[in-house]
Design a protein around this ligand. Structure first.
Ligand code: C2E
Ligand code: MG
Ligand code: MG
Ligand code: MG
Length: 285
């Protein structure tokens, strides 16, 4: 009996793995066409200055509206896009789209508005589009470097130090700011903060989500904020979902935040509404 159960479990397991593998192959094959078929979209999540509750930046986030599978999460398809290298092409499109959008927001709403763009390590190591390509595009659009924040992950700093520090210097000279994303989850090393000139630390959502319940998470957030400030780095908290989390982060001196409490990532049109009517989303406290 136990043996039979074991076998059934085993086949259930392999069925599931096989389905996952098939799904993966399918997405891999279709990803290349997704861009030309206009199935990709950029959505924007507000980044709020916590003390004043004003939206001062937006993070650009990719979405894939698949014709039969529906919305495929970037958590699923970004790794595939990195594997095949198609992230380079997609990333260039995200940059262009987000840059045009921030130009509009700067002209129509806030002259200092910034868009924050995720850049994968694979994109940094590509020869066809080096960092000057982004600078050229900004020039074409008549945008200063200050309109862009590039979000990188700790893994990048670990991988190809020389190449990366050269490229980050090019950004820096152009006024483009750099944010270290998902801080605390990767190979966090305080040495990076000294070696690389970083403007923002983004505290990973996993620390923010248990702020109320877990006093060690609160201690970590407070310590990160104090340390960052001493190094002249501003802090952005990711994944703020409750008013309590918001209040604790304000008390800890956190500079900026983003999360469902303020808004989910939304289309550019819906983002206009957030900018036009702050009263619609501001937290009363
Ligand atoms: P990330 O850069 O850390 O982006 C933040 C993620 O947290 C987003 O997930 C966002 O929707 C989600 N988030 C924000 N606030 C909350 C909250 O309050 N609660 C919860 N549960 N989640 C929240 P998303 O859009 O699914 O993106 C996932 C990851 O995919 C991103 O993590 C980033 O690493 C990657 N990604 C997305 N767009 C791009 C892109 O254009 N290029 C590259 N290279 N990577 C991208
Ligand atoms: Mg990010
Ligand atoms: Mg992040
Ligand atoms: Mg994260």
């Amino acid at each position: 009996e136990a043996k039979k159960l074991g076998r059934d479990r085993y086949s259930l397991f392999t069925d599931q793995m096989q389905r996952q593998a098939q799904n993966r192959m399918r997405l891999l094959g279709e990803l290349h066409g997704a861009l030309s078929k206009q199935q990709l979209q950029v959505v924007y999540q507000p980044i709020v200055e916590l003390a004043t509750q004003t939206v001062c930046k937006a993070e650009a986030l990719l979405r894939w509206q698949h014709p039969t599978l529906g919305m495929v999460s970037p958590v699923e398809f970004i790794p595939l896009a990195e594997e095949t290298g198609v992230i380079v092409e997609i990333g260039e499109w995200v940059f262009r789209t987000a840059a045009e959008q921030v130009k509009h927001w700067r002209q129509s709403y806030l002259p200092e508005f910034q868009v924050s763009i995720n850049k994968s390590p694979v994109q940094f190591c590509n020869e066809r589009y080096d960092q000057t390509h982004w600078l050229n595009q900004l020039e074409q659009l008549g945008l200063p470097g200050q309109s862009i924040v590039v979000e990188i992950t700790e893994g990048l700093l670990l991988d190809a130090r020389e190449l990366v520090s050269r490229q980050l210097l090019i950004f820096r000279d152009a006024g483009i700011q750099v944010a270290l994303d998902d801080f605390g989850t990767g190979y966090s090393s305080l040495a990076y903060l000294k070696k690389f000139d970083i403007d923002y630390l983004k505290i990973d959502r996993s620390f923010v989500s248990h702020l109320q319940a877990d006093s060690s998470d609160l201690a970590l957030c407070e310590a990160i904020i104090v340390m960052a400030h001493k190094l002249g780095i501003k802090v952005i908290a990711e994944g703020i979902e409750t008013a309590e989390q918001y209040a604790l982060l304000v008390k800890a001196g956190c500079d900026y935040g983003q999360g469902y409490l303020f808004s989910r990532p939304v289309s550019a049109e819906a983002f206009n509404v957030l900018l036009e009517s702050p009263a619609s989303w501001r937290i009363v406290s």
